[in-house]
Design a protein around this ligand. Structure first.
Ligand SMILES: Cc1cc2nc3c(=O)[nH]c(=O)nc-3n(C[C@H](O)[C@H](O)[C@H](O)COP(=O)(O)OP(=O)(O)OC[C@H]3O[C@@H](n4cnc5c(N)ncnc54)[C@H](O)[C@@H]3O)c2cc1C
Length: 387
């Protein structure tokens, strides 16, 4: 029987969870290829640490370091998907497929905001690394001139909070390292701009307050109920007033990758509404998983895109593929139950809602590290726990 050709687009949590959950029989029966912009996979949930050059565990992994040797790795950007003729086009060539798994993840969502080009984004390893470089350069200049540094973080969601906390810690450490006077150190500030009356509205008011208190404790200046109307070079404008900023980091939203949002496939902000077996509408050979998919929550809405659901979709799809490749029946629909959310605020503190329980302090920050290590173990085996 002819071997089936399976192409996976995207080496994020979803694409990698899929490939790492396949068994030997799948590799005997199918030819698997992954096409990814880079030759590596990274922890997207730790990008705020890359953006502040925070010391932490291993974040980036070479794809060859952990993928099955039978998987073909193509480091290219996909530019087009021809669903009718089963062809994926990249900048350098074309690839035929029998089955396609689209796992191209998230990109920044700018909501067509005027002046958005004046902001930087935490939406990839490279972009996040650039933020760290810019902060370092601007910090050195600010120390020399004595002018100080204002960093504006636009968006009070998980990414904005984790980055603002990490950034405030970094500035404090740098000020101490350079032995700045307290007057000069007071001129180095991180501002977190949020449109909502409180942070992380999916938390209870109490936990939300604990999150804000801890951030303020670290020196982050929070602006609630503040709608950003436009950006300029060095300034964030609000509906009323504004803030001068040496660096503007936009974390106020994400959408599915442009290879999906710009395609003809029915989607909303780059997310394709998939059926219970994760197929695209009217298709049995194209699957969308991770941040490019929208999975019904059974209550008229969709689950928010997270690493957690991306990993579970990948693992589920591997079981579905085993059935496809072995011609077996597979009636199990994809089901998801969120374990909760952990928001880290610095190295040793986090607020969390886990399995219905709310907690704050050191314990949830340890739990978050354990989740990261568990993923490392999935990639590299036991040694991953120590990286
Ligand atoms: C700072 C931060 C903190 C977060 N914290 C949490 C958290 O605590 N818990 C949680 O559950 N979620 C969290 N998230 C969200 C989580 O990271 C995403 O939901 C998750 O990464 C989605 O996984 P994915 O595999 O769909 O996509 P991604 O991780 O985005 O991976 C997609 C991959 O596809 C590649 N790609 C894209 N387009 C193309 C193309 N055209 N051609 C080739 N390759 C392409 C990309 O380069 C990338 O490698 C956080 C996100 C950020 C930024």
């Amino acid at each position: 029987m002819k071997r089936k050709k399976i192409i996976v687009i995207g080496a994020g949590y979803a694409g990698i969870a899929f490939l790492k959950s396949l068994d030997e029989e799948c590799f005997r029966l199918g030819d698997f290829t992954i096409i990814n912009k880079n030759s590596y996979h990274y922890h997207s949930t730790m990008l705020h640490k890359v953006a502040t050059a925070e010391k932490s565990g291993k974040i980036m992994f070479d794809l060859r370091e952990f993928l099955h040797p039978e998987i073909k790795i193509i480091q290219q950007s996909v530019t087009d998907i021809d669903e009718k003729n089963h062809i994926v086009t990249t900048e350098f060539g074309t690839f035929n497929y029998d089955y396609l798994v689209v796992a191209a993840g998230f990109e920044k969502e700018s909501f067509n905001l005027k002046g958005i080009e004046n902001a930087m984004f935490i939406d990839s390893y490279i972009q996040s690394g650039r933020i760290a470089e810019v902060i370092k350069r601007k910090f050195d200049k600010a120390v020399e001139s004595g002018a100080g540094l204002n960093i504006a973080v636009c968006g009070g969601g998980l990414t904005g909070i984790e980055f603002a906390a990490s950034c405030a810690n970094m500035l404090k450490n740098k000020c101490e390292f350079h032995r700045l006077s307290s007057d000069l150190a007071a001129k180095f500030n991180v501002h977190l701009i949020s449109s909502t009356p409180r942070l992380l509205t999916f938390f209870s008011e109490k936990l939300s307050k604990k999150t804000a208190d801890k951030l303020e404790n670290l020196g982050v200046k929070i602006m609630h109920n503040t709608r950003i109307s436009s950006l300029e070079k060095g300034r964030v404008n609000f509906n009323e007033g504004g803030l001068d900023a040496d660096l503007i980091v936009w974390t106020a939203g994400v959408k599915g990758a442009s290879i999906v949002s710009d395609s003809d496939v029915e989607n909303e902000r780059g997310r394709v509404k998939v059926d219970p077996k994760l197929h695209a509408p009217d298709s049995t050979d194209r699957f969308y998983i991770g941040d490019v998919s929208a999975v019904s929550d059974g209550k008229g809405g969709f689950y928010p895109p997270t690493a957690q659901i991306a990993c579970e979709q990948g693992a589920y799809l591997a079981r579905e593929f085993k059935a496809i490749l072995t011609n077996s029946a597979f009636d199990e629909p994809f089901k998801f139950k969120s374990n909760g959310v952990i928001c880290s605020i610095g190295h040793t503190y986090a607020t969390a809602q886990i399995l219905g329980f709310e907690m704050a302090g050191f314990l949830p920050s340890i739990l978050k590290t354990m989740v990261e290590k568990k993923w490392n173990v999935k990639l590299l085996g036991l040694k991953g726990a120590f990286l």
